[in-house]
Write a protein that binds this ligand. Sequence first.
Ligand SMILES: [Zn+2]
Length: 184
Amino acid sequence: MGYEDSSTTRAAAGMRILQEEFTAPRARTADGAPRARAVHAPPPCDLGLLDHLQQSRRELIDTTRVMLAGHPTPQPLPPAPADEGIYQWMVESTAHLDAGRRRAQDAIVYRQGLEHALRAGDTLVIRREACPGCGCWSLMWRQQIQRAVCIQRECRDDIGRASQWELRQLAHHHIANRPQRAAK
Ligand SMILES: [Zn+2]
């Protein structure tokens, strides 16, 4: 069984890239030369990145358990994979649930895909999201406030600022507006 859709594939690929970045040895400088031994050695790993990966994984496991609570499952829940296979584990574990429940899951997966891309430095991923306020492709990522801001002059919030959107809101907007899958 493959991944359910492209956003699941993207989230999984994003997690893999970040895991590789986290585990890659940092033995060389930017020009490829072996790094001289530093007097004050840099931290051996990016703890912020580790934290991000662990939080993402924890959210997927917790969400899956909550979704399955009170629903008879065809088989016991297998252990969650430690790598990006956790997305497929989630999709397969909840495939028997109704579409409404799975939409909430899809929004989480979609948001994590955006988070992974931004963590890897790909802010252009936000340009491919339609603004929930005006429907235009007019969003820019603002790192300081951790939100996408619309550059359309007419697109304002209640107090007259340029409209701002959390990743969670962009994900819900995307999932709510995507074409519905054909009923089986
Ligand atoms: Zn807008």
